[in-house]
Design a protein around this ligand. Structure first.
Ligand SMILES: Nc1nc2c(ncn2[C@@H]2O[C@H](COP(=O)(O)OP(=O)(O)O)[C@@H](O)[C@H]2O)c(=O)[nH]1
Ligand SMILES: [Mg+2]
Length: 300
């Protein structure tokens, strides 16, 4: 691989935008090659803007994962999530509209409308093509998508199976402006260690809780210390009603223990270091409707 002349180098922000659950976070992780954004089968798992930087020989792409744009945003948290997604879109050099193969709903329409209104150049990533058999069934869908908007490119991918990811990455890089790199080589994200630990705990908790209370949960790392290479973490799990506390803790504390174990193993692998996790459940009434609480949790 050759290295580009400085004047030929391309660099910029590429925002991954779309309705909830199309696979934006899975795609960010595949494009960056590191798990930076949490993934669950549940819509609205991503609450923050997540940055993931990839440096190639001739380009640097700063990918931005966003909360899904959704129509019914009644609570303060959901409004804040839609605002976060809109701001990332407005700041992007390029927008990647992520859609699910063979589907185009009113929320996809909403996301495309935002892109059109922001006037940002856009690429469409048609995700989850692993589910389409035979693949030729995709063709009319791709044509329809092309008729909906003047995308710079339409790229079918499977974020989960990591199919066609290099092609999407190259297509995005080719459409970024000429610019020197925006981040030092080797920089992966602007998110702190505490944030990544809190998110990993929230992911395991959401997976464990299934249909129970996940929207009412937030995680905050209250203390992070390091001794002889061992991280020690105290984290609070916020629930928004007293009645949710026993659900999260489980009988004899079993559920909280399972969550702690799963998060610890995931973080061991992710960070390449050992850590000790202490989890507590705390109640803060209606935090998802409370602007001050959202600000304290970094969600505003
Ligand atoms: N079959 C399949 N499932 C996927 C793919 N990408 C993501 N998913 C699943 O879709 C669900 C939502 O993914 P996520 O990345 O959290 O979506 P987001 O809400 O758009 O960020 C998860 O259960 C993922 O495992 C894919 O390429 N193929
Ligand atoms: Mg997500």
């Amino acid at each position: 691989m050759s290295t580009a002349l400085p004047s030929e180098f391309r660099s910029g922000f590429a925002a991954l935008v779309g309705r909830p659950n199309v696979g934006k976070s899975t795609l960010l992780n595949a494009l960056v090659g590191v798990k930076l954004s949490i993934v669950t089968p549940r819509p609205q798992t991503t609450r923050h803007r997540i940055l993931g930087v990839v440096t190639l020989p001739d380009a640097q792409i700063a990918f931005v994962d966003t909360p899904g744009l959704h129509l019914k945003a009644s609570r303060a948290l959901n409004k804040a999530m839609n605002r976060t997604a809109s701001a990332a879109l407005a700041d992007a050099d390029l927008v990647v509209l992520v859609v699910e193969a063979l589907r185009f709903t009113s929320e996809d329409e909403l996301a495309l409308g935002r892109i059109v209104r922001a006037g940002r150049p856009a690429i469409a990533a048609v995700n989850k093509v692993d589910r389409v058999r035979p693949r030729a069934r995709l063709l009319p869908y791709l044509a329809e998508l092309g008729a909906r908007h003047g995308f710079l490119a339409i790229v079918p991918v499977s974020a989960l199976r990591e199919e066609n990811i290099a092609d999407l990455r190259a297509t995005i890089a080719a459409h970024l402006p000429h610019s020197p790199p925006l981040y030092p080589a080797g920089e992966l994200t602007d998110r702190s260690l505490s944030f990544r630990i809190a998110e990993s705990i929230r992911e395991k908790l959401t997976l464990e809780l299934n249909q129970e209370v996940p929207y009412g949960i937030a995680v905050e790392v209250e203390r992070l210390t390091e001794e002889q290479g061992m991280l020690s973490v105290d984290a609070a799990i916020w629930v928004d009603r007293e009645g949710q506390k026993p659900i999260v803790i489980g009988a004899r504390g079993e559920r909280l223990k399972r969550v702690g174990r799963a998060a610890r193993l995931a973080l061991n692998a992710l960070l390449g270091r050992r850590l000790h996790l202490n989890l507590w459940v705390k109640v803060r009434a209606n935090w998802a409707d409370n602007t001050r609480a959202l600000r304290e949790l970094g969600l505003e």
